[in-house]
Structure formats: structure tokens, C-alpha cells
Design a protein around this ligand. Structure first.
Ligand code: A2P
Length: 349
């Protein structure tokens, strides 16, 4: 039987609502759909393919008979339920960071490393949103010219922290405009104080700080990039470093990516050709007409947009580019569903 019983864990969230849409638009034939969330949402109704589906509280038993789980309900929820789902025979694609660095868990961007799916043991991890769009743009360049070094600064949208974060950004923006005191309960880390307002502000902290002064988001970008491109999260073959900043944008992460090719010095026209031919990539790069990627234009789109490609004139073999993508789509729901499509296509589920 090709039709799959699919559960979406975290179906009521910012990514969850997009998982529903991406699944509807995918080539996965769905037999039964189960929409799971917390107790708070149990009994509410969501649509799947124009049919009303009642949301259920996630419990281990809800995964009985499920073939495929798409999860985006937070790391602790994934840790609690995905091993239970696997025990019951399901294959899980997890959008959280709970399992990404485990050795037997493939970390997959379907355009980049689909073959690593063959090694799965029931759980496949979707990379961090900021990693996906950067690696998608770098991969064709790495394949043709090699990569020595990547230095990235991110400009990450509020929606990466979930629906409540979007709500807070909108409320705080209004409060700022009204000259009122802004509430701050979510940024930079919901579960950890202090909190600062994001509206009309920039926060150079995403996720908690590590001992070495990097944030965990920065750590993720560094080690996930190596795991995806080199199959080794600690490889030194490509040097990667990151500064991650939350910006008051609703949807769409921007990234200033500085990279060094290995032993050749391609022309900008060569790099532009590679990007325009890359799967899931769109070149938007015409400085004379002030054309370059912007989050407001990328929101709601499946593609990742690349522009501002230029040489570092003082360091041959080094380049800059600007990469923008909808963090809730290619950065999360779309990549998750594309992984699921590949699993079905490769008969791995
Ligand atoms: P709920 O809406 O019932 O709280 P977001 O990333 O936008 O904040 O969404 C988080 C998603 O994870 C929501 O669907 C939320 O459901 C779900 N969720 C949060 N906690 C749990 C839990 N303990 N069990 C199952 N789902 C959860």
C-alpha cells in the first residue's frame, strides 16, 4: 500500500500550519491524517484537504498505526514522543534540534545529501532554518570549486521563535508607536530570563549562550553545516563561523555569507550561473536596478533567493553573497515534507 498514515505533531503552531499546507501540496498520498498538539488545543478543528480534522492531544498511543510523523512541537516534545512513535513502527522527520547531532540520525537537505537518508533508524532531522538556506546556496559552489571557509552573519525573523513570538513583535511594535512600555516575555529565549523587546531593536542572541561565548544557534550553524556537507560535525576541512542576530522581521531570514573557495577563483558570472541552475535557488542580483533578495518578497515562497554576489577585491578567492528564504517554509515545513517525499520515493518508509 502506497498511501500513508501521517501524524503532524505541533499541528497548531507556526510551522505546523505550514506542514499541513506543504503536505497537501506534496506527492505523498495520505490515507489517514492525525493532527496532534498539546492538551490546550485538543478538540479544536483544523482543515486538511478541505476536510475538518479534530486536533488531538499527543500521547504515545496516538502513534499506533502511523507510518510517518512530521514533528515541530519543540525539542522536549520530540524527545518524549518520537522514540515512542519509532517503537510503534513510524518513521519520524523532526524539525527540532533534539536529535540532529546524534550519529545515527541523518541531517538532511534533500537537494544536498539525500543519500544519507538510507542510514536512518527511524528518526531523520531537519536542519536549523538558518543552516538550510545557507547550505542550499553554498552546496553547488562547494561541488564545483570546493570550500575552505565560511563566515556568516544572520538576520533572523521573529517567526523562528514560533507563533507567540510573532504576536509579541506585533504587540510591541504597536506599543512602541503609541509611546507605551513594551512587554517582553519571549526574546531572546522564551524559557530563560532576561527578556528584551525585539520591536525597533536587534538582539545578537538566538538560543542560550555556550561556555565559549557563542550562542547555541551559532553552534548549530557551524556543526550542522559540517555534518551536512562533510558528514562529520567536527570536521576541520571547511572552517565555519557564525554570528546570529534576531531582527524585527516577521518572516524570512537574511544571511550575509562570506566564503572562500578551495583552489580556484571563479568569476562572479560563474557563481551566478551555478546559483541560477541550483535546485530550489533563484538568483536575484541586479545592482544597477537595485534588485536583491528581501524577506518581505521571499515570505510565502518555496525558493531560496541569492543576490549581492561580489568578490572580496582584497582577498582573491573570497566572495560575499546575501541569501534570503522563508524560514517557516524551506527553513522548516517545506524541507521536512521534501524529506518525507524522498523517504517515500526511496521506499524508506
Ligand atoms: P498548542 O498550540 O496546543 O500549544 P509554535 O512553534 O508556533 O510555538 O508551536 C508549537 C506547537 O507545539 C503547537 O502546535 C503546540 O500546541 C505544540 N506543543 C507545545 N507543547 C506541546 C506538548 N507538550 N505536546 C504536544 N504538542 C505541544
Amino acid at each position: 500500500m502506497n498511501k500513508k498514515n501521517v501524524a503532524i505533531l505541533g499541528a497548531t503552531g507556526a510551522v505546523g500550519s505550514r506542514l499541513i499546507k506543504c503536505l497537501e501540496q506534496s506527492n505523498i498520498e495520505v490515507n489517514e491524517i492525525k493532527l496532534l498538539a498539546s492538551k490546550r488545543s485538543a478538540g479544536t478543528t483544523l482543515k486538511f484537504n478541505d476536510q475538518d480534522v479534530v486536533v488531538k492531544e499527543a500521547t504515545p498511543e496516538e502513534f499506533d498505526g502511523i507510518d510517518l510523523v512530521l514533528a515541530s512541537a519543540g525539542g522536549s516534545v520530540s524527545k518524549k514522543f518520537l522514540p515512542e512513535a519509532v517503537k510503534r513502527g513510524a518513521v519520524c522527520v523532526d524539525n527540532t534540534s533534539a536529535f540532529r547531532m546524534e550519529e545515527d540520525v541523518p541531517l538532511v537537505i534533500p537537494e544536498v545529501n539525500p543519500d544519507s537518508l538510507k542510514d536512518h533508524h527511524g528518526i531523520i532531522a531537519n536542519p536549523n532554518c538558518s543552516t538550510i538556506q545557507m547550505v542550499l546556496a553554498l552546496n553547488p559552489i562547494k561541488e564545483k570549486y570546493g570550500l575552505k571557509q565560511v563566515i556568516v552573519s544572520t538576520y533572523q525573523a521573529a517567526s523562528g521563535a514560533g507563533q507567540s513570538a510573532i504576536n509579541e513583535l506585533k504587540k510591541d511594535s504597536q506599543q512602541y508607536i503609541n509611546g507605551e512600555k513594551m512587554d517582553a516575555n519571549i526574546f531572546p529565549v522564551k524559557s530563560d530570563k532576561p527578556h528584551y523587546p525585539l520591536a525597533f531593536n536587534l538582539l545578537p542572541q538566538i538560543d542560550v549562550f555556550e561556555e565559549d561565548g557563542y550562542t547555541h544557534e551559532e553552534w548549530k550553524m557551524i556543526h550542522e553545516t559540517k555534518k551536512i556537507l562533510l558528514n562529520d560535525m567536527n570536521s576541520k576541512d571547511i572552517k565555519v563561523t557564525a554570528t546570529c542576530v534576531r531582527v524585527p522581521v516577521e518572516i524570512g531570514h537574511g544571511e550575509a555569507v562570506y566564503f572562500e573557495t578551495d583552489n580556484q577563483e571563479p568569476e562572479i558570472s560563474d557563481l551566478k550561473n551555478l546559483i541560477s541552475q541550483g535546485s530550489g535557488l533563484v538568483l536575484e542580483d541586479d545592482p544597477k536596478k537595485c534588485i536583491y533578495p528581501q524577506p518581505i518578497n521571499a515570505a510565502g515562497k518555496n525558493d531560496t533567493f541569492v543576490g549581492r554576489l561580489r568578490k572580496d577585491e582584497e582577498n582573491p578567492g573570497n566572495y560575499h553573497m546575501w541569501v534570503v528564504s522563508d524560514n517557516l517554509l524551506k527553513g522548516a515545513a517545506l524541507n521536512t515534507v521534501q524529506i518525507a517525499e524522498k523517504l517515500v520515493e526511496m521506499k524508506l518508509v
